[in-house]
Design a protein around this ligand. Sequence first.
Ligand code: CA
Length: 135
Amino acid sequence: MNARIRILLIEDNKNTCSYISALLDKNGYTTTTALTGREGLSLAASLCPNLILLDLGLPDMDGFQVLEQLRGWSHVPILIVSACNEEQEKVAALDLGADDYIVKPFDLDELAARIAAHLRREQRRISPSNLRFFG
Ligand code: CA
């Protein structure tokens, strides 16, 4: 059932990409990876993912710009995954429309649980009649 859930991972670090992808695969999601901000923006438009994981430190664009552009046209849940643990960065990302902010290094189970929580919330938003199934 999760196979129909598409997750876009925008992250330039190949090691991080491969371990997050492995986690998402294990949970049955269909994952696509973008290594740059531009690639991420174009895949977000063409794939219409159910959720986006976004790294703030990208080679071609500031992650905040990517976030701002995505929020210009999309309500998709966006979870920031960043090495920066500064309160200012977290507040700025949340103010720009991020739904969550996860600091690297993170616990894989926690990341999986947060992704599932955001997907459930999005599901409740899309089909309020399903509320009884999701509590
Ligand atoms: Ca990075």
